[in-house]
Design a protein around this ligand. Sequence first.
Ligand SMILES: Cc1cc2nc3c(=O)[nH]c(=O)nc-3n(C[C@H](O)[C@H](O)[C@H](O)COP(=O)(O)OP(=O)(O)OC[C@H]3O[C@@H](n4cnc5c(N)ncnc54)[C@H](O)[C@@H]3O)c2cc1C
Length: 448
Amino acid sequence: MIAPVASWNNYPRQVCTLHRPERYREFSPDVESAIARGLGRSYGDAALNDCGHVFLSERLNRISVFDPERGVLRAEAGVSLDDLLRVIVPRGWFLPVTPGTRFVSLGGAVASDVHGKNHHCDGSFGNYVNSIQLAIPGAGTIDCSPTANPETFWATVGGMGLTGFIGEVELHLRPISSAYVQARHYAATNLEELFRHFSDPDRDAPYTVAWIDCLSAGKRLGRGVLMAGHHAALDELPVEARAKPYDLPAGRALSVPVNLPAWVLNPTCVSLFNGAYFAAQARKRAPFIADYRSFFYPLDNISHWNRMYGTRGFVQYQCVIPQAGAFDAMRKLLERIASSRHASFLAVLKRMGPAGNGMLSFPMPGYTLALDLSLRDPDLFKLLDALDELVIQHGGRVYLAKDARLSAASFRRMYPRYEEWLTVKNKLDPQHRITSSLARRLDIGGAA
Ligand SMILES: Cc1cc2nc3c(=O)[nH]c(=O)nc-3n(C[C@H](O)[C@H](O)[C@H](O)COP(=O)(O)OP(=O)(O)OC[C@H]3O[C@@H](n4cnc5c(N)ncnc54)[C@H](O)[C@@H]3O)c2cc1C
């Protein structure tokens, strides 16, 4: 089927030939130019192939092995993290790393080497993958792991689907005593205080993330709320929940029914929202119990929330800055954004731990900032180009899974292991038949 396709942020929208294979062997056909696509939750063109072929993994969603004694699971790449959680949580296991939405595929989580609120403690998704089955058009299927074909493995983890089609993935899980998290919020009146919270051992927790009001400026620049939590032990649950610690309360589903007009997200509305949100979250000073869905996936409770940005869509700018210059760089980034009056109602700051082995993986030790920005502002890309320069000067990088507009030159300066990755790519796919719009825009692996 030939159709216009976009990913979560609705930009860009490109015409692709879509295939929906039922079996893994059909996932690796003999075509000139193809990319795999999971649940399309990346922001940008990583899962698009303008005028080329796109292979949807959604029907390759079988769980082949789950060992509840050891917490080891093997499943096809198209299974969603939501489906996995429904199977593993009632049996006392959780994902070792999870992004801020559970509606991503297992293959997408590997290809982006996703990180979660626990990156500062546990690293990224690839650290927990035991092995991957990889199909390369015209070259068959290979198995790889940190010990078997390790170069292929670490080029695939974080490789944005450009080394081949991921089939089955085996990973090891995290044991939990309940489906709940004990959470605690710490309000900060500005960026300095927020950084102090992040580095205060008394406020540290296995999971931490901060929401930032990126429209506040001056003395309140970077005001926000650090949200910390850990998987709740049985004795931390309310007495009535202890008998069935893995049962979840029935959720309320909200939805944004249609694309909203662009003016809804103007700076005044967002400023009002931010003020109210800050007050509400800052009020939660005492520890409280939250079910895992509302702690890890607050936005999943509002289906189609991406429609708030209207038909033109939005971009997410996510960068990471190494520890040493992180405060200084974040201050400058927030000053630029606040003074431009580009309203972002979703801005998140997070501490990151050691980098993994993925050659094109995003994380590095330091701080990452992520902002959603509406495409209603015509000069937005100029601002983001200037932010790229600042990020590069501080030794940081932009996240490819969230990117729709970075230049090839900036990509090269941000990803120093690119040449190493390219050597592996050239061996696996010398004709560069596996390609995407992102790959062509950033000149990753050459064009098909
Ligand atoms: C609300 C929200 C919150 C998010 N929070 C986080 C976060 O906290 N941390 C984080 O790291 N990311 C986060 N993300 C980004 C998201 O986790 C990644 O973009 C993830 O890769 C999306 O998975 P997907 O299945 O939707 O993949 P897609 O968007 O379909 O594809 C993403 C990439 O994976 C590749 N891919 C997918 N399936 C396969 C396969 N079977 N074989 C080979 N390659 C494949 C594609 O080619 C593409 O390059 C968030 C996204 C949203 C919408």
